[in-house]
Design a protein around this ligand. Structure first.
Ligand code: YSA
Length: 336
């Protein structure tokens, strides 16, 4: 019986199979149990000898069963573990992460540059009155310069600001000099939209007022900004221009070496100049005092999209506002 049982035990492939074999030999109606029951009919001597032999056999079988059971459990565990195993070398699932829009990034860069130069960053309002958008900036209603800015008018006579310059008058009305501010924000013009013009775009306005500010302070400031934006080798150039709220006025361009293409050229960024004395006069009227009489200041305004297009090589302004992630995600690496 022991050989037969050993063979069967070793051949059992699963725990239920092994249990069946255990019942076959050691169960209540098992073969060995049946043998043990026959002891009752034997003489005491026969009982002792056969009983001892059957006990040894029973212990042997139990040891064999236990060993096989442990072996099968081990094998089952190994199989389960290997089926559940994680391959830690497989690439993980990337979470969708957000990032800053290129324009937000440029606004942040500009704010950082100007804060380092001691400027305050302030916000203006997008719905403006004619007074602040035009009149206080020396652009009365009859002035041909109004034609420079095609405007979205609201039914109540207000308008969407055509530039960030109205904040010049608003800030001076509320605060006395000396100060230095920059004003980033949205601006609106009734434009024929093309690759470089949108009807909504962003500008950054700058205004510094004190007793003795000069045009060379303006140039140095814009030079610092250009270096902060485009690198230490960047140069800046003034060209005579006209704005009703500055005298003299100058457009400024940066000499930019494009690392993508290896080419360099002058690129127009915005307008600037020394604050026109009439703007100070208008502000004094609004304030009802003479705090700004005889003051000197410079101001400038530039297009944020223009900076982003130059810096990141974006060929069309419309890409910024189409919400096409393929456009925006290209720059993720550069922005992190
Ligand atoms: C000038 C002198 C100062 O003392 C202060 C500010 C200024 C700038 C003036 N307020 C202004 O708006 N000038 S601008 O009409 O020439 O616009 C400035 C910049 O805004 C442009 O150089 C351009 O980069 C951007 N811009 C203008 N219209 C745009 C536009 N960007 C996109 N779409 C448009 N439609």
């Amino acid at each position: 019986m022991v050989n037969e049982a050993t063979l069967e035990i070793n051949q059992a492939a699963t725990l239920p199979e092994l249990q069946e074999i255990r019942v076959k030999y050691l169960g209540k109606k098992g073969l060995l149990t049946a043998e043990l029951k026959t002891l009752a009919n034997l003489t005491p001597d026969e009982k002792r000898i056969k009983g001892a032999a059957l006990n040894i056999l029973k212990n042997e079988l139990e040891t064999l069963f236990d060993a096989r059971e442990a072996g099968l459990k081990d094998a089952a565990l190994t199989a389960r573990l290997s089926s559940e195993a994680l391959d830690v070398t497989l690439p993980g699932t990337r979470f969708q992460t957000g990032g800053f829009h290129l324009l937000t990034r440029i606004i942040d860069d500009l704010a950082t540059i100007y804060k380092a130069l001691g400027y305050q960053v302030v916000q203006g309002q997008e719905v403006e009155t004619e007074l602040y958008n035009f009149d206080a900036l020396n652009i009365p209603s009859w002035h041909p310069a109004r034609d420079l800015w095609d405007t979205f008018w609201l039914t109540d006579g207000r308008l969407l600001r055509t530039h960030t310059s109205p904040m010049q008058a608003r800030f001076m009305q509320a605060f006395a000099p000396p100060f230095k501010i920059v004003v980033p924000g949205k601006t609106y013009r009734f434009e024929a939209v093309d690759a470089t013009h949108e009807s909504m775009f962003h500008q950054l306005e700058g205004l510094a007022v004190s007793d003795d500010i000069t045009m060379s302070d303006l140039k140095g400031t814009l030079e610092e900004m250009a270096k902060g934006l485009f690198g230490e080798r960047t140069k800046i150039r003034f060209q005579p221009s006209y704005y009703p709220f500055t005298e003299p006025s100058a457009d400024f361009a940066v000499y930019w070496e494009n690392p993508r293409t290896g080419t360099s050229k002058w690129l127009e960024l915005g307008g600037s100049g020394m604050v026109h004395p009439r703007v100070f006069e208008e502000v004094c009227k609004l304030r009802g005092d003479t705090v700004y009489a005889g003051k000197r200041g410079f101001a400038f305004g530039l297009g944020i999209e223009r900076v982003a297009m130059i810096k990141y090589g974006v060929p069309d302004i419309r890409y910024f506002f189409q919400n096409d992630l393929r456009v925006l995600q290209q720059f993720r690496g550069e922005l992190e």
